[in-house]
Design a protein around this ligand. Structure first.
Ligand SMILES: O=C(CO)[C@H](O)[C@H](O)COP(=O)(O)O
Ligand SMILES: [Fe+2]
Length: 218
């Protein structure tokens, strides 16, 4: 699978989100971190902002829901037009139903795992997902340090995906930079979220090009 880069607008200026989207025409996705101050200790944005962003950009939205009740809210993001909607296994009470609802609404269905959550118990859900998201920081904030301890799990997830034989993407999120992206790619990731490494750079589009070539080299 070709490398895909999904810059996280968490590190952009929330008063200028349309400009943040326009600054990265070479992005494959725009990663939107939805946080509710319950599942994670931070509060960001929700459905109304996603609806406005959808009107402001043609780049597909990759919505990462860090919320307590994804079963209630995830389908609405898909119905609104998000290209991908990811729910956390630690939060979902009915993940199979919710993943099916996301797909039925026309979006790609993602399943996210916190750094300490093992992937093996979710092997039977692979048929329900289009993407696995491996958190490489504890969710809640941008700009954190990449957790190397997640790399063996990324390798195991790659093995499970390859064994499954489907077209499941493997995303990494948290502390992904020019310095860490090669390790993620070597471990088998193919979709890379980067917030501070893109929006903290003087030239966000150039930062994406650099991340992409580093991942492609690995
Ligand atoms: O889900 C997230 C945090 O919970 C963000 O997507 C992630 O942290 C991106 O920011 P950075 O690349 O700066 O780590
Ligand atoms: Fe995220």
């Amino acid at each position: 699978m070709a490398v895909q880069i999904s810059p996280s607008i968490l590190s952009a200026d929330f008063a200028r989100l349309a400009e943040a989207a326009a600054a990265v025409p070479n992005a494959d996705w725009l990663h939107v971190d939805v946080m509710d101050n319950h599942f994670v200790p931070n509060l960001t944005l929700g459905l109304p902002v996603v609806e406005s962003l959808l009107k402001a950009t043609s780049t597909p939205l990759d919505c990462h829901l860090m919320i307590e009740d994804p079963d209630r809210w995830a389908p609405a993001y898909a119905e609104a037009g998000a290209g991908s909607v990811t729910i956390h296994v630690e939060a979902a009470k009915a993940p199979v139903r919710t993943l099916r609802q996301i797909r039925a609404a026309g979006a790609r269905a993602g399943l996210a795992l916190n750094p300490a959550t093992a992937v093996e118990p979710y092997e039977d859900l692979l048929g329900e997902v289009d993407m696995l998201l491996m958190m490489t920081v504890e969710p809640g904030f941008g700009g954190q340090r990449f957790l190397d301890i997640v790399l063996p799990k990324i390798r195991r997830a790659r093995g499970l995906i390859d064994g499954h034989g489907g077209q499941i993407w493997l995303q990494v999120d948290g502390g992904v930079s020019a310095e860490t992206i090669e390790r993620c790619a070597e471990a088998g990731a193919d979709v890379f979220v980067a917030g501070s490494a893109v929006y903290g750079a003087a030239d966000p589009a150039r930062a994406i090009d650099e991340l992409r070539s580093a991942a492609e080299k690995a």
